[in-house]
Design a protein around this ligand. Structure first.
Ligand code: SF4
Length: 339
């Protein structure tokens, strides 16, 4: 069964200000939200799905709970109609932490909300100020408490390589997302889009975007925190539906459609390296790695990067990878001999 979000982009609707990194019109390709087109978008997607696919209507690309109340309620009523007819299982939305309050919670309670996605980005207040987010980490803590206390699941969205942010800030943010009770997370390496203040900062050399390898390494450290805390990371990098709709929209930064795979591959490399060092065993010239089903390519890495790295670091002549259906994601077994 596939899980499909039917994205309804509401670019910048409800946003009280312009965060310095954001240009939803370039990310989503939706320049103007048209309420009259919502049914068409939903029905177009519904006409392509399989009978056992599980769908949610997802209001993305703005601050959904900050939009005009009448419009918000009309959109929720419309989406709920699809839930009531059994065509989708629920509604999800992305919004800002400071736009979750008791009034919003009372409205959301009237609908089948599967999940609220909170744009947390960072838990460092100095970083948030630099980004002109207009909220603080306390707003995030309050929003999470309010959502959890009212029985809503939330996903924490965070960014990697933001201006003035360090890896330490990112680890703290990921830990906070886990501690606050998120059911899931999204990791977005920072990209520079046309028409943003970040573009100006980049042009003035006041911001240097991460390279792809830096973004992969930092995202992997963050993903390890989510794995350890059993918080599912539902996305690394932009979604397929958020693909850059025009080449000219993208200015700079670690933009790759395979960044998620690269990050998972880096996590496996880190895991194998740590395990070899912890075991303190002397392996022979061959290392046998057992990995979960479907993880072979992540273990091997892009262009055999992980295999080459392990050979250089530990002197292995041969590395063999075998899938073991009993292993869960990110579980590995290392052996000197094949079993
Ligand atoms: S990051 Fe979120 S709150 Fe900021 S401008 Fe973009 S959509 Fe609006």
């Amino acid at each position: 069964m596939r899980h499909i979000n039917i994205p309804i982009f509401i670019p910048h609707l409800g946003c009280p200000n312009q965060c310095i990194f954001c240009n939803q019109k370039h990310i989503s390709g939706t320049v103007q939200f048209d309420e009259n087109n919502v049914d068409n978008i939903i029905n177009d997607v519904l006409s392509t799905i399989d009978a056992d696919d599980e769908c949610e209507i997802a209001f993305f690309g703005g601050s959904f709970t900050g939009i005009n109340r009448d419009l918000m309620v009309r959109l929720l009523d419309k989406a709920q109609g699809y839930v009531n007819r059994g065509q989708v299982v629920g509604i999800r939305m992305s919004t800002r932490p400071d736009y979750i309050n008791s009034e919003i919670i009372d409205i959301l309670k009237r609908y089948t909300i599967s999940c609220v996605e909170l744009g947390i980005q960072s838990m460092n207040d100095n970083v948030l100020k630099y980004l002109k987010r207009g909220h603080t980490s306390i707003d995030t803590i309050n929003a999470a408490k309010l959502l959890k206390g009212s029985g809503f699941d939330f996903v924490g969205q965070m960014m990697i390589g933001l201006p003035s942010a360090t890896l330490e800030d990112e680890l703290v943010t990921a830990s906070a997302i886990c501690r606050l009770g998120a059911v899931g997370s999204r990791i977005y390496p920072t990209l520079v889009f046309k028409g943003t203040e970040l573009e100006n900062l980049t042009n003035r050399h006041e911001y240097s975007p991460l390279s792809i390898s830096e973004a992969v390494e930092r995202s992997a450290k963050v993903l390890e925190i989510f794995i350890k805390n059993d918080v599912q990371c539902i996305r690394i990098g932009l979604c397929e539906s958020e693909n850059l709709h025009s080449e000219s929209s993208f200015i700079a930064g670690p933009n790759s459609p395979s960044i998620g795979e690269m990050v998972k591959s880096q996590v496996y490399l880190n895991l194998i390296t740590e395990k070899i060092q912890d075991l303190k065993e002397t392996f022979g010239e061959t290392l046998f790695i057992q990995c979960p089903k479907g993880a072979t390519s992540q273990i091997i890495g892009n262009k055999r990067r992980n295999i080459d790295e392990l050979k250089i670091q530990f002197g292995f002549k041969y590395i063999k990878v075998k899938e073991n259906a009993d292993l869960m994601q990110y579980q590995i077994i290392l052996r000197e001999k094949e079993e």
